[in-house]
Design a protein around this ligand. Sequence first.
Ligand code: GCO
Ligand code: MG
Length: 412
Amino acid sequence: MKIVAADVVVTSPNRNFVTLKLTTDEGLTGLGDATLNGRELAVVSYLRDHVVPLLIGRDASRIEDTWQFLYRSGYWRRGPVTMAAIAAVDMALWDIKGKAAEMPVYQLLGGASRDGLMAYGHASGASLPELFDSIRQHQEQGYRSIRVQTGVPGLNKIYGIASQSGPVDAGAERYDHEPAQRGALPAEEDWDTRSYLRHIPTVFEAVRHEFGPDLPLLHDGHHRMTPIQAARLGKSLEPYDLFWLEDCTPAENQEALRLVRQHTTTPLAIGEVFNTVWDFQSLIKEQLIDYVRAAATHFGGISPLRKVMDYAAQYQVKSGFHGPTDISPVGLAAQMHVGLAIHNFGIQEYMQHGAKTDAVFQQSFTFDDGYLHPGDKPGLGVDLDVDEAGKYPYEVAYLPFNRLADGTVHDW
Ligand code: GCO
Ligand code: MG
């Protein structure tokens, strides 16, 4: 079974997505997600200029061999651009293998280890009443686990806090736009860690008071704290029993987590910006984290995601794959198949794409009563409507950035 065509499709329904579509001589097609939010076109060039010419004529059944060939033959290993490109090829080959075997990908990975994947959604609000409304809206949509982000007094605009007015569906579309704002320049936001550290425990106290002790609550620190600040936050949130505290320090410094860990029993999640198992090496071996936040899309695909989770399983570290709207429906499906098959599944982030995105990508997954399931269509279970995709050309979009009160650029 040979690859005879490899097309890179760029579309911007609610936001930009880069998709690789492979076609075999038997007429089977496979899809892979190569979306790198805010730097999409670099991956398009990597694929079109350097990878597609190597794929034509290759045996589509050799997933591991193709992965190793692309990873090792390029010499320049790792990095988000390279790994997103390799991820797209890997996912597309798994999709093809599933279709050839007439099985959903999770069956090829060993079959289901559970009935469904517990998912968490993003509740947010500039104020407590807005936050409570947002949590209730998510509960009405079926979510049983909720990420909580809020405004901080004195700060104007904070990443990830959607405006809560208007119907939920419109809210999803609005939030879809916000993280990577369309326009020629990145938006500037402001930040003050001391105000944040004072405010957040009061928010979780109020949420627990309103919603009770059972609801699993998560929080994303978005790389903004120093190790000692993160340690303090983890400690101050202990009474509110978080499911996890995410990216409490800049993720590239693995050693920082040792200090945080010495001070708090709040579970820690990290890794949405990681590209290979090497980024997790000491974190898993030293049991400095509790959840692996990798995304199939930025981690080289389904094959390495499965491997890092098998490594993590030896240390009782679980999955918490990265699933915001900048992971395309194809990347999300890839994660769902892995999550259903592995033993050490933890939770799946699920933000919901906008209506236009759902029209471009027809998906077979279900979301019932808080649980996701990838469905039983052969392969990944996602189809790309190329004509619909063509209606939405690429749009320049940048993620925002932060400055402190004195003008210093800070992690956002
Ligand atoms: C999350 C993330 C996202 C990222 C985004 C960047 O936990 O879902 O932090 O909101 O910021 O994926 O492209
Ligand atoms: Mg995050």
